[in-house]
Write a protein that binds this ligand. Structure first.
Ligand code: FYN
Ligand code: ADP
Length: 567
């Protein structure tokens, strides 16, 4: 017998695959090419689901969304230099949003890269990734693959979740080692995201503050959604009787129709509340940094978060509660005791009054059936469809399309809304939609501005290829914000924000065998969406929206540094 039969060997490819499988990683989002093509084939052969994209950014966004939905790091696999850079946007975005993902990139040979001798796709990827993610590692030897993957997983999901970069040079994949030693070198990560129990005095400090409040408010962020502590969060809200406000991706943690939701009185509660308890939400730009006219009079903040350095980032936090949200919320619940007094009726009554006023205004706006459709008439149809299928996942990006959908489309279950997140980034749409469908198997409704859709539109081929139950609705108003801008220079170019008029995005889906629908009325949109959700067939509805209906930057117009606006 030959030596190889006596001592079977294992190569780098299989060590990577086995290490991932050992840690229950069952899906890879990626794009094949040198040097990882064989890795994608072998991973598929070994039972990992490999979802192959048309551009790495969308594979990366898919990995990030998978991480958010499952608490397991989503894996994105790319080729070197350009593929790596394409994936890096998604890695940075995941880190910014606190979504766990691992970007695994093949890379060129260290010896040549370090001497800058001009290798194929030469780039010092590790150095470039480092400032844009939580942690970055490189593995040079087959026997270290187990450690590399274990470190990557732990870094992604422990503490504040985020993006991790793992650099695997081409040569690593073909290295071999003794199979038994190889298997022994792999690590199954024990307790990758250990609970972090809050200190009892911190919990009591928070409860004391809350108890003394006349106008308390709970603000739920996407960290609370990520934590999967749904029942305890609901119990905390309901037992305290405190009104709550969901950030966009926390919508559905409690159903948006909940009596204690203050979403329809947002400005009012932010201004009026005296004690605000943040649960997995940062006081960043989305919350006007906790100050200024959005926040009205003086406030005291309680902040529940896993990251101690988040505290006091913008304003003083009177009662930080540091730990994982599950442990913190259960400690807060335990501390409520039996005699917890609900907030004063003047406070809850005033909110209810505001809410009613805003909601009746909304009902009237949504009932109108203008021609062409506007954002409201189209979204009222989607609102009803989501109500009928509360398990469907809504993906949402755009400017007006995003802002109107956020307040119009009610969510009923946790982690069913994926959107532009902390950066307000365009381009997450199809990547998030693919991940949502792959990871949950539920219907996905992607509500897309026409501009936003353009960033990831080619992935409709991916959606068709895997026959995913995704219905994309393109809100087509002929441009970024709208289609009415004019070119002031007098040349024949259209204005920078204007697209081809009356484009037929539905034909893109038909090109790959999916269903394309051109909808010019709310009735047509309703029929097509109903059919798409029922059939589960890849569908794209080109929803024609009045090109004059949008406003510049939706509800964040004030962020445009425009001299004209200051006058
Ligand atoms: C909300 N509202 C409602 C309802 N829900 N009225 C009636 N019925 C219902 N169900 C009201 C709410 O009280 C607000 O009115 C208003 O609708 C808007 O609510 P929203 O959307 O929750 O709040 P707002 O002010 O837009 O929130 C600020 C924000 C948000 C910064 C958190 O704008 C946001 O998430 N923006 C992300 C933008 C982004 O990333 N864009 C992509 C880049 S676009 P009032 O209470 O009267 O205020 C590049 O150009
Ligand atoms: P939003 O945009 O919805 O306001 P952010 O992304 O700003 O939410 O905030 C999410 C916060 O949640 C981050 O500060 C993060 O540290 C925190 N976080 C994420 N996961 C957990 C967890 N499991 N336990 C505690 N805090 C968490």
């Amino acid at each position: 017998t030959s030596k190889s039969q006596e001592e079977p060997t294992i190569d780098g490819f299989h060590l990577v695959i086995d290490a991932l499988k050992l840690n229950d990683i069952d899906t890879i989002f990626g794009l094949p090419g040198i040097p990882i093509t064989d890795l994608t084939r072998m991973a598929q052969a070994e039972g990992i689901r490999v979802i192959s994209f048309r551009h790495e950014q969308h594979a990366g966004n898919a990995a990030a969304a998978a991480g958010f939905l499952t608490q397991k790091p989503g894996i994105c696999l790319t080729v070197s230099a350009p593929g790596f850079l394409n994936g890096l946007t998604a890695l940075a975005n995941a880190t910014t949003n606190c979504f766990p993902m691992i970007l695994i990139s093949g890379s060129s040979e260290r010896e040549i890269v370090d001497l800058q001798q001009g290798d194929y796709e030469e780039m010092d990827q590790l150095a470039i990734a480092k400032p844009l993610c939580k942690a970055a590692f490189r593995v040079l030897h087959a026997q270290d693959i187990g450690v590399g993957i274990a470190r990557a997983i732990r870094s992604a999901v422990s503490g504040r979740p985020g993006g991790v970069y793992l650099d695997l040079p081409a040569k690593l994949f073909s290295q071999t080692m003794d199979a038994a030693a190889g298997r022994k070198s792999l690590i199954r990560v024990v307790d990758p995201a250990p609970r972090q129990i809050p200190a009892p005095d911190a919990v009591n400090r928070a409860l004391d503050l809350l108890r003394g409040a006349k106008k308390p408010l709970i603000l739920l962020g996407k960290g609370a959604a990520y934590a999967q502590a749904d029942a305890d969060i609901r119990a905390l809200v309901e037992k305290t009787g405190i009104p709550y406000l969901p950030m966009s991706m926390a919508k559905g943690l409690l159903p948006d129709t909940h009596a204690q939701s203050a979403a329809a009185a947002r400005s009012f509660v932010l201004q009026e509340a005296d004690v605000v308890m943040l649960v997995g939400a940062r006081l960043n730009w989305l919350l006007s940094h906790g100050k200024g006219k959005t926040w009205g009079g003086p406030k005291q903040f309680i902040q529940v978060d896993i990251a101690p350095t988040e505290i006091d980032s913008n304003v003083a936090i009177a009662a930080p509660v540091i730990g994982d949200i599950g442990s913190c919320v259960s400690a807060l619940l335990a501390g409520l005791g039996s005699g917890w007094a609900k907030p004063p009726a003047e406070w809850t009554g005033a909110i209810a009054e505001r809410k009613d006023k805003n909601q009746s205004k909304m009902v009237a706006t949504l009932a109108a059936r203008p021609s062409p459709m506007n954002f409201h008439s189209a979204l009222s149809v989607i609102r009803d469809a989501v109500k009928a299928r509360p398990d469907a996942i809504v993906v949402n990006e755009g400017a007006n399309t995003l802002d109107f959908a956020r307040s119009i489309v009610d969510m009923y279950e946790p982690r069913k809304r994926l959107d532009v997140g902390t950066w307000g980034i365009m381009g997450i749409g199809m990547g998030f939609a693919v991940a949502a469908a792959v990871v949950t198997g539920k219907p996905v409704i992607a509500i897309e501005g026409d501009s936003a859709f353009g960033f990831s539109g080619m992935e409709v081929e991916t959606i068709c290829r895997y026959n995913l139950p995704v219905c994309v609705i393109v809100f087509n108003n002929n441009g970024v914000y709208g289609g009415t801008d004019v070119n002031a220079s007098g040349t024949s170019d259209v204005a920078p924000t204007v697209f081809v008029k009356n484009a037929r995005y539905d034909k893109l889906m038909e090109a790959f065998g999916g269903v394309g629908v051109h909808a010019t009325t709310a009735e047509e949109l309703q029929a097509a969406l109903g059919e798409a959700v029922a059939s589960g067939r890849p569908t794209l509805i080109n929803a024609v929206i009045d090109e004059t209906a949008g406003t510049e930057s939706g509800r964040i117009t004030s962020l445009n540094p425009s001299l004209a606006k200051k006058k």
